[in-house]
Each structure stands twice: as structure tokens, then as C-alpha cells.
Design a protein around this ligand. Sequence first.
Ligand code: ADP
Ligand code: MG
Length: 731
Amino acid sequence: MSSLRFKAVEEAFKKKAVAVSAPGLLTSDYYGSNVFNKEQMSKYLSKETLGELTDVIEKGETLNRDLANHVAAGMKMWAIERGATHYTHWFQPLTEGTAEKHDSFIEYTGAPGSPIIEEFSGKLLAQAEPDASSFPSGGIRNTFEARGYTAWDPSSPAFLVDDTLCIPTVFISYTGEALDYKTPLLKSLNAVDKAATEVCHYFDPSVKKVFSYLGWEQEYFLVDDGLYATRPDLVLTGRTLLGHESAKNQQLEDHYFGSIPTRVQAYMKDLEFEGYKYGIPLKTRHNEVAPNQFELAPIFGETNLSVDQNLLIMSLMKKIARRHNFRLLLHEKPFAGINGSGKHNNWSLGTDTGVGLLTPGKSPEENLQFITFVVNILLAVYKNNALLKASIMTAQNAHRLGANEAPPAIISVFLGTQVSSVLDKLEKSAAEEAIVIGAKQRMKLGIAKLPEVLLDNTDRNRTSPFAFTGNRFEFRAVGSSANCSSAMITLNAIVAAQLVEFKKTVDAKIAAGSSKEKAIFDVLKEYISQSKPIRFDGNGYSDEWKIEAEKRGLDCETSVPLIIEAYTSPESVKLFESIGVFTERELHARNEVKWETYTKKIQIEARVLGDLIMNHIIPIATKYQSALLDNVYKIYQVYDKEKAAKLSAHDTGIIEEISDRISIIKSKTEALVEARKIANKIEDEKEKAIEYHDKVVHYFDEIRYNVDKLELIIDDELWTLPKYRELLFIR
Ligand code: ADP
Ligand code: MG
């Protein structure tokens, strides 16, 4: 082992930690203490202000300046009492993570030089104008109108990070286009609320609002800080570009749900302690399948808040990892040959009357409503399977999808046998039969008995990218580093558009003289047969499925730049515009950003790989080869030719293998540089991304294959990069 590597590994093993615990302190004692939530508001805002603000949040009423001033005053007081000196508009640009620019509360009381006070007005709370010219906008914001605005989102509570009051905001351009994830997310939540509420009225006229719920499961890797520092690929790209598989990795399945290493347990406890202070209802923690891979998940909540909490926890995870001498890897595929990380998005809809629309109910009416929503979702996913795939596709996630235990790059829906059989019966029943006269008929269709049967529905298909799991759908194709909004915007939007369509069709039938129930049944029957190709209960990892999916007409494209194009197809544009989530201009602009990001990610990786080859791999290989040559030379000095040839055969074999591999690595690396040069000349972002995908990406695996073979034959003492077996087994 090289001395540098040895030192780093030794240090890593010394860093055991003991989890902190404070007996007697209940989680509920400090839960939400860093959040300006309802409870805190009631202490810092007048009853009247709180009432008006609640109307703004719950009924979407507009925020007037007076109200903003009152809220700002209370919020400032709350924050200052807790040590805040600064505030920031916290927003979600089209980069990874969140953005913030801190301003202090200080203002002069009079002329410059006069005493200062802490100021925070409604104006500062409600709106800001960050110099946003260097955030990606896809050409929406020309430099001459480089202004971007952030505007307060009162539906997500402000919170305190260290000395800074963070105010969740949307981020839009001077001309009103969305430059972030939150703006379209809020629009999609509004759209699904409106459309679903209308459909609910067929069953229960008292429903006023439908909420979209999200429960994410965040997977992640931890590696020791010291080891991480010696891997330029991890530092600069978030994944290992080189490294042979460890002899032991996940094949014994001994890591999944195994006992959590002490050091990691200490990290998790610290993280949960911080997370609870932000009111993030963290519920589960466990080892994941791959070594050094873990997961945490909260109790689900309203989607907008849940997305913000996920972004916040990702940044806390990063920060707290450092305290424990870890580095957090959120990349979708940090290590080849073992599982990558996803972020299952558990999603459902529920009414303000407390009914889960994806939960089979107690009464046949509720179950008919349940079936109505399930079938509409099925059809929405079927019609927009390419778009849904586009919503989760990135350069990083492409490494994960279709690889070890990750859903394939084809969207299908798993319903489970119970729900499937109800739909099948419904589809086959004659229209007259389906006009449900009484509970008896429903019994026959299986609708009345759904809840009991579903209770024992344990067949959970882990290979499905979009699976029904009893009271929700689990969208598993989402990547671990992603902003959940991307998937949630699309999912809520396609379901909203589908529900609008459903309502229109049913209403037309009713207007033509059909009974409400018959109209609903007729349309559902039609939808069930239309959406059949999206239903797949088999093994999504198998090669047969790829062939079958192609036959069924599902989108099987695997090229990231082409997958992204689904956003700007005429159908997608029409869909997003019809329910007011995106304009065509916004869709095109956002795709520009996606293509550009894709290209840049590969460019960076290619540069890092080039450096590793030239600065680490080739020098090490040459050094070892030279030592072997030296040995061979000496053997020939000591022994006669025949004996020497025999004794040096092993060495010469390795010498030749090193030469062969170096020459392949060199020529492929040069070819990669050439391919990049050609691609870089292309101006059009989409064409450039396609060129990168088609002509550059394949070199990575070809080069890596040869480097990883060298790793197996070269003296361990010379190898400078920590190996998988060292990176992956925290004790
Ligand atoms: P598993 O690993 O078995 O899929 P977890 O318990 O790790 O399950 O995560 C399930 C996630 O789904 C949690 O965040 C949970 O709160 C969430 N969830 C449960 N019911 C619903 C629902 N009706 N709507 C949305 N999310 C839900
Ligand atoms: Mg799950």
C-alpha cells in the first residue's frame, strides 16, 4: 500500500465515534424549534395577523403589504431572539441544491453614520432581487434584463440556520417565467388540487381541497473524509471513475438492515437531532444493500413542504458528515458494480376531509372513488411514460437505471394482484352489470372487499419503477441527488390533466342522459383497456421485459439527451400549458439547461479521468513495469539464458500486459480528447449533448476496464488511489 494511502486508511479506522445521547430529553421537547411554524407564529403574531396569514396559505388569498409588514415584524423578533443577525431568500434554481444570499438586518436609523437598528420589513420578506445573472435560465434571461426576483412562499415556513433566517421563495425572471423548481411545483399542486377536487365531487360534494403528499426515502453513501480527499474523482465528480470491484461487496447481502456501524450511528443520531429541530419528521434509518450505503425517510407530508425538507436535510447531511469525518455521496452511482442510490418518491392524494384517495375505503362508494383515481393515474402514466422518465433523467441517474437493482429506464406500473384483478373484472363486466345497483354487485367486482384483501397484499415488486404499495404509488426511478420537485411537478401535472379530461368525458355522458354511476363505469372500463400496456407485474430487471416493453410501445429510449426531449413534444407542451404549469418557452428554456448540464457533467468527468490516467495510472504502471524489467535484467545476469527465460516468464508476462493495457488506455484517452474537441465545437446545446452521449461516453467504460485490470496486477504499495475495499467498509 502506498504510504499516502496507508496513512489515510489507518486514520479512517481510528475514527470510531460514540453516538451522543441525552437521557431525559424527548424529541418532542425540541422538535421544530428552528422553524417559524404555527405554534411559534401564535406567540409572535397577533391573532388577526395569524388568521389573515392562514387564509393566504390555505385559501390562496393574496398577500397585502400590511399583512406582510406584520408577519415580518413577528418573524424578525422570533429570529433575533434566537441569535439571528441575517436573513436570506432561500430558493431552488435549476442547479443542484438551493441558493441563498445573506443580508444582515442592520439599517441606519437616519443619515449614513447614524446609529443602526435591526430592520426587516414586509417588503424585504415578500420580495427580493438577487443578482441572478449567473443562474441557469436557458436563455430566458438575457443580460440586459438579467433581473430575477425571489418571492416569499408562505406555505413553507421560514427557518433558522445558524445566524440566518431562511425564507423559502420562488425564483422568477423579470418577464415572469419560472427559473426554479418551486414555481412550477406550486402550480402543479394547484392544478391537481383543482382537478381532483372536482372529481371527488362525484362521490362527496363536501370536499374543498385535495392535497398531494410526498414521503421520500433518501439513500446515500458515506466515505471517510481522509480517503475521499485522496480520490480526485470523488472530490470533483461525486463518483469513482476508476476502481476494481472489491472481492467482497454486497453479494452476501449482509449489509442490508444489518447493524449500523458505530461511527455511522453517531452520524445518524446527530443528523436526526438537527433534522428534528427543523420539524423534519424523520422516521426510519437503516443500512441499505451496498456496503457503506444507508437510507433515511421521514413521515410523508404535503408535497411542497416535503420537497423543502428534503433539500434542507440533504444540506444538513453534507454538513454533519464533515463533523464526523465523513463525506456524503449523493451521486446516483458512486461505485460501479454495486447498487446506486435512489430517492423513492412515495406519492398520494388526500382530501381535506381526511380521505386518502389512494387508500381503499370502508364503503363501496369510497372504493369506487379509489378505483377512479387509480385508473386515471394509470392512464396518465401510460400516456406520459416518456415524459415521466424525462422528469427523473440526468447524466448521473443514467448510470443507475437499468443497473444493479435499480428500476430500468422504462416506466411501467405495478399494481399487485388484488388491484389488478379488480380492474380486470371491471373491464370484462358488461356495462349493465357494472351499473352498480347495490353492494352485491360491487362484491362481485371485488370493489367492496378491497380494504381487507389489500391488508394482506404483501407482494411488493421491487423491480418496478412505479409501484402501488397499498395506499400510495412509489416512484422509484427518482435519483438520490435530485430535487424531488422535478418528478413531482410532472406527476401531479399529468394526473391533473388526466382528471380534467376524465371529468369532461363523464360530464358529457351525463349530459347525454347517462346516470352518473354508469358514466363513470363506462369511462373507467375504457381507460382500463387503454392503459393496459403500462401494467407490468413481472421482473423489470430482465432482458425479456425490454423486448416486451418495446412491443407494447412504451418509451425505451436510453440516451439522456433524447429522453429529455419528451418535455417539448407537442403533447407535453399542450398538457403543461392547458393546466398552467409551464409555458412552451419555459419548457424549451429548461431543456436547454438540462442539455447544457448533461454536457458539462461529462466534460468534467472526462477531464478528471484524463488527469488520473496521466498523473496516477500511467506513471504507476510504468514504475512497476520498470521494477519488473530491472528484475528480469538481473535474472539474466545471474542465470544462463534458458534458466533465466524460465525464471522471468511471470515477470515478462506482466510487463507485456502492462504495455498492452497502457497503450490501449493511452490511445482511448487520446480518442476521447479528440471526440470532445469535435463535440465542443457544436453550438446547439441539444446537438452537443447528443454528440457527447453518442461519441464520448463509451470511452469511459473502455478505459476503466483496462485501468481496473492494471489495479489487479500492480504492486499494492505503488497504487495511490484508495481501493473499493478501503473506501467501502467503514468499521
Ligand atoms: P419502504 O422502504 O418499505 O418502501 P419506508 O417506511 O422506508 O418504506 O418509506 C415509506 C415512505 O412512504 C415513508 O416516507 C412514508 O411516510 C411514506 N408514505 C406512507 N404512506 C403514504 C401515503 N399515503 N402517501 C405518501 N407517502 C406515504
Ligand atoms: Mg420504499
